[in-house]
Design a protein around this ligand. Structure first.
Ligand code: CU
Length: 610
């Protein structure tokens, strides 16, 4: 099989925030493979992250750069300083097989705290390694390290990892490629090769992004930072100045079939993707297989991953792969100048050079085969109906730029407030006063959620750190209902940590609890970790609460998350050790420093220490 390194060269590098080291991969404890990933700076700095999608017998370790340095990164003819892992944007690809256990030691060599989240990885019984700041841990301080355990027990396909504190993930992200177990194969003909396309965002604020975010939130949240462009594998491509030298190229051979693994790591937007003159066959999403569907474009939510097969069946030449931002929100928030990325799919050999979202969602089906079965809960024990809204709260003083209100966003009208100690620690150690367990199963009032000209009084939000408690093994149905409060309806990609869930229904308008359940797909619904709740519509999901711990759920548009569109579950322990949360690791990053962000304030001091 051909090795496909999907990243273009000439990636100029920036400040190293941290690096992965001492990783080992292994399917069973009896067959643990050790890899020492710590090494001197070497050639991979010039080529970006290496993709080892080669169907080798063993995963191949990627080289790691462990030096600390600040190097300016140039994109779109402007130079900036950004935080990255291992000198590369995107960061390194983790390659493993289904069932592997991956240990990632994060050495924070930067100036700011950081946490990492393994998006789509369920982390059975082990919320300690999940990563969201203030939910399962506090930030890893500079000059310290923390080891994550990433358990790929039941995933196959593509998921990804990213920073999970403030908006650090804008530059700290990478793919996790999970091949079938040794001795088993894809549920489709083995592709002739594969490519990785990771979509990302670019903010001109660079390392000041979180500072700008905090200031804007304090001033009412109306002017949160906006991406100035979107990228494929950290590059803009041909249509942006100073970029065509570094346009990503994906080589293909006529007559062959390629697996493209697509990750939407964009911070604030859904994206359309298509390839000129080529259809794509969707075969997987979020680390699980789907029934194949042939499409001319994809609509991918931020947080989602999609695996597609592309047949090289057109006249040999060059074809653009392009991504376009899809936005459903008010133009006050979304109408800004931004660049659109492209990559080139290039046939090898000699040739002469010669070009609606809801229906897409409704085509999605699980594979539901003997080897890849579905297990949709039939009898529901906990039903939740959760409104997903943009709201407002009174400005606490006269600090807001625009009048008496701050923007808030809510789930069941409650806007999340970060605690000062992470919820998991508080739950585990019985620390009181950190959170409440009164997250409601219904919104406070029922109204015509998707109607126009709704009363602004409905948009007054409550604030709190409110969690929902589930008993072990409860079967949960959640209907997420989008609203048009403040005339600010939009699409919201809801992501749940610690679980995959089945999307049993998606529709427009207000959910009807008599007629809509009759249309549920309980046979082969897609199994995902992120579902797009359509603008002025709803989405219904089910899962079994069989993973004890504290698990975050939130909109994966970070603007909405920063306004408070978040909540968390506590899933209680079962009766046995195997159904209970594992004990806390002996070391977790301390919470003392992270809430008041001292790292950025003392940049110079820390810098001289490193
Ligand atoms: Cu949202």
């Amino acid at each position: 099989m051909a090795k496909s390194s999907s990243y273009s060269s000439n990636i100029f590098l920036a400040a190293v925030l941290l690096f992965f080291g001492n990783v080992f991969l292994g399917a069973q404890a009896s067959n643990v493979l050790y890899y020492d990933f710590v090494g001197p700076a070497n050639d991979s700095a010039k080529h970006g992250p290496q993709s080892f999608c080669t169907y080798l017998d063993k995963p191949v370790p990627y080289d790691v750069i462990s030096s600390y340095k600040e190097i300016n990164v140039t994109r779109n003819c402007t130079t900036n300083t950004i935080l990255v892992v291992n000198d590369s944007l995107p960061g390194p690809t983790i390659q493993a097989r289904k069932g592997d256990l991956v240990y990632v030691k994060v050495h924070n060599q930067g100036l700011y705290g950081v946490t990492l989240h393994w998006h789509g990885v369920k982390q059975p019984r082990n919320p300690w390694s999940d990563g969201p700041e203030y939910i399962t841990q506090c930030a890893i301080p500079p000059r310290t390290n923390f080891t994550y355990e990433v358990n790929l027990i039941d995933l196959e396909g593509t998921v990804w990892w990213h920073a999970h504190n403030e908006w650090t993930r804008s530059t700290v992200y990478g793919a996790i490629v999970i091949l079938p177990r040794e001795g088993s194969s894809f549920p489709f003909a083995t592709p002739d090769g594969e490519h990785l396309a990771v979509l990302g965002s670019w903010y001109d604020e660079g390392t000041s992004l979180n500072k700008a975010l905090e200031m804007d939130l304090a001033a009412g949240g109306y002017t949160l930072p906006r991406a100035t462009g979107y990228m494929i594998n950290g590059q803009y491509g041909d249509f942006v100045p100073c970029s065509n030298e570094t346009t990503p190229h994906f080589s293909i051979d006529y007559g062959k079939t390629y697996l493209f693994r697509i990750v939407n790591a964009v911070v604030g937007s859904e994206m359309f993707i298509s390839i000129a003159d080529h259809n794509m066959t969707l075969v997987g999403m979020d680390g699980a297989y789907t029934k194949p569907i042939v499409v001319s474009y994809l609509m991918i939510e931020p947080g989602q991953t999609m695996d597609v097969l592309v047949m090289a069946n057109q006249s040999p030449g060059r074809y653009y792969l392009a991504a376009l931002r899809f936005s459903t929100e008010d133009i006050d928030f979304t109408n800004f100048v931004h660049e659109v990325p492209t990559a080139i799919i290039q046939y090898k050999g000699n040739f002469s050079l010669t070009s609606p979202p809801t229906s897409f969602r409704q085509q999605l089906r699980s594979l539901a085969s003997e080897e890849h079965p579905v297990d949709v809960p039939c009898n529901v024990t906990t039903r939740m109906f959760i409104t997903v809204s943009l709201n407002h709260v009174a400005c606490p003083d006269d600090s807001c730029y625009y009048g008496d209100y701050k923007i808030a966003s809510t789930l069941n009208n409650i806007s999340w407030e970060d605690p000062s100690v992470d919820v998991l620690q508080a739950y585990y150690r019985n620390i009181s006063g950190v959170y409440t367990t009164d997250f409601p199963d219904l919104p406070p009032v029922m109204y015509n959620f998707t109607g126009d000209d709704l009363s602004t009084s409905l948009a007054e939000a409550a604030q709190g750190t409110s969690l929902k408690v589930l008993n072990y093994n409860e079967t949960v149905e959640i209907v997420f209902q989008g609203t048009n409060l403040l005339d600010e309806s939009g699409n919201h990609p809801m992501h749940i940590h610690g679980y995959s869930f089945y999307v049993i229904g998606v529709g427009l308008g207000n959910f009807d609890n008599e007629t809509d359940p009759q249309m549920y797909n309980l046979v082969d619904p897609p199994e995902v970790n992120t579902v797009g709740v359509p603008k002025k519509g709803w989405a219904a999901i089910r899962f079994r609460a069989n993973n004890p711990g504290v698990w975050y759920w939130h909109c994966h548009i970070d603007r909405h998350m920063s306004w408070g569109m978040n909540a968390a579950f506590i899933v209680k322990n079962g009766d046995t050790e195997e159904t209970s949360m594992r004990p806390s690791p002996s070391y977790m990053p301390p919470c003392i420093a992270s809430k008041d962000k001292p790292y950025g304030e003392t940049d110079q001091t820390l810098k001289s220490d490193i």
